[in-house]
Design a protein around this ligand. Structure first.
Ligand code: AMP
Ligand code: MG
Length: 477
């Protein structure tokens, strides 16, 4: 246990004291077994010196680090636009923190049993949803999208009842923080201004120590949260990712993607795509995500209204749209292999997206195919509906100063060949539910190398089959 203590430290969130969290006793799963280990990441964190079994026992709760407090966080949030006063980590616990390149990372376990904040929930997670979260955290990371990351997934025959009885599972993940917009909302709406400010000061001293002593520190904090959120959502849009449940309790204050539920990567491009069956009004559709990001930032900014002047709040909020638009523009420029900025570039991008929408072209495959357009003697044919646009695109490339190889590389490093499509996940889940886990290895391989050409994995780069359209995802997890 000593070796564990050397690597995993007490989570500093406990310094905040009463009201911010509750102490937690884990409820271990019976006869747990490892479904998958993220060896490379465990190694990066210095955790590979600990046996997988010992790590699983720690995450499951059958062994503890001496004198280590395990906690679940207290927060509120706007869910589908409605304020809910008491949420909190209903099935998640903070085990501790770990250092990576002088940055601290939270270690969090999901599915660990009831907490003070479980409300009507059982505190558990099922294998299906845990696997989805486990894989997507890594997929996003390797696509360059800030995200929680996955350490390990384990399961047990312990039954969990959703629409039917399913096997329980837990995942261990890391994130820069698990503090959400909802942690601030909780104290604001409970009229606990001192706690709100204490939380601001904690975040500043933990993550922005250089700013913590300055007189405009709260403006800075809000500004940086809003800016990282705008940039994050631009990245989601660029890779065609739909989060599915953009409630303020799922929004990290450090701009990382958190809490993967009924998410989806876009197959055929459809801006009004809604990936979550429980989202009947389409609030969290793909095209709404940037606006909801702003809505969520406004909800957060409102909680700063006692410590930041109103005109300044407005000004900070108004930076979101600019930051978002600039980030998205840069990302699309990379996807098109363009470095120079021309006035017509915005139209060129929009025209392409319009054709993709009308013709229902596959989002990732269409972008990936674009580098063929500018290759000389290219043999691979582009979808004919893009011919007219391709002429403009080729002409536009002639106005670039960079050489063709670097333009092709730019495109291929920004247009993934491999995407964690829902149908691929579904196949891996079906196999895992039957006790066979090798498909998880295959998916791990493609998501860790999304931009590479890998002839042995060609079938994973195909368009989704028709049956994929029938995969329904809801909040059930
Ligand atoms: P989510 O939509 O998964 O982000 O969850 C919203 C809230 O419900 C959070 O406070 C979760 O921790 C909690 N929650 C979700 N599922 C469960 C569960 N099975 N048991 C207890 N709490 C849960
Ligand atoms: Mg959540």
């Amino acid at each position: 246990m000593q070796n564990l203590r050397k690597i995993i430290k007490q989570n500093s969130f406990i310094d905040l004291g009463k009201g911010f969290y509750s102490n937690q006793v884990q409820e271990p799963l019976n006869e747990p077994y490892i479904v998958h280990l993220n060896n490379q990441f465990l190694n990066d964190l210095g955790l590979s010196s600990i046996s997988p079994k010992q790590l699983m026992d720690l995450f499951n709760g059958t062994i503890q680090i001496p004198n280590n407090q395990i906690i679940s966080m207290n927060y509120a949030g706007h869910q589908f636009g409605q304020y809910v006063r008491q949420l909190g980590d209903g099935r998640g616990i903070l085990i501790g923190e770990i250092n990576k390149n002088n940055k601290k990372l939270d270690i969090h376990v999901k599915g660990s049993g009831k907490t003070k904040y479980s409300r009507f929930g059982d505190g558990r997670a099922v294998l299906r949803s845990s696997l989805r979260e486990y894989l997507c955290g890594e997929a996003m990371h390797f696509l360059g999208v800030p995200s929680s990351r996955s350490l390990m997934i384990f399961s047990s025959k312990d039954p969990v009842y959703r629409e039917k009885s399913e096997d329980a599972a837990m995942i261990a993940r890391t994130a820069l923080t698990h503090i959400r917009f909802g942690n601030f909302e909780k104290f604001f709406y409970d009229n606990e201004q001192k706690k709100h400010q204490k939380l601001c000061d904690y975040v500043l001293s933990e993550y922005f120590p250089k700013e913590a002593g300055k007189s405009d520190k709260y403006e800075y904090l809000l500004n940086t949260i809003i800016s990282s959120t705008a940039k994050l959502i631009a990245r989601w849009q660029a890779v065609g990712f739909c989060h599915g449940v953009m409630n303020t309790d799922n929004m990290s204050i450090l701009g990382e993607t958190l809490d993967y539920g009924p998410y989806g990567f876009m197959d055929k491009f459809n801006p009004s795509h809604v990936c979550n069956l429980s989202d009947t009004s389409g609030r969290y559709s793909y095209e709404n995500q940037p606006y909801i990001g702003l809505w969520n930032c406004s909800a957060l900014a409102h909680t700063f209204s006692k410590i930041v002047d109103k005109p300044l709040l407005k000004k900070i909020l108004s930076s979101y749209e600019i930051e978002y638009a600039e980030s998205l523009f840069d990302l699309y420029k990379n996807k098109l292999g363009l470095k120079n900025n021309l006035e017509t570039d915005q139209d060129l991008i929009q025209e392409l997206l319009n054709i993709m929408k009308i013709e229902r072209l596959d989002y990732s495959r269409t972008f990936r195919s674009l580098s063929n357009v500018i290759k000389e003697n290219n043999s691979i044919r582009l979808n004919p509906v893009l011919n007219e646009w391709a002429v403009k695109f080729t002409k536009r490339h002639k106005e670039e100063q960079t050489d063709i190889t670097s333009r092709i590389n730019l495109m291929n490093n920004n247009n993934p060949k491999y995407i964690l499509r829902n149908y691929l996940l579904q196949i891996a889940i079906d196999k895992a539910e039957e006790g066979s886990f090798e498909e998880i290895d295959n998916l791990m391989h493609i998501i860790k190398n999304p931009y590479d050409e890998m002839p042995d994995y060609e079938k994973y780069a195909k368009e989704s089959p028709d049956w994929a359209a029938d995969i329904g995802l809801s909040c059930s997890s």
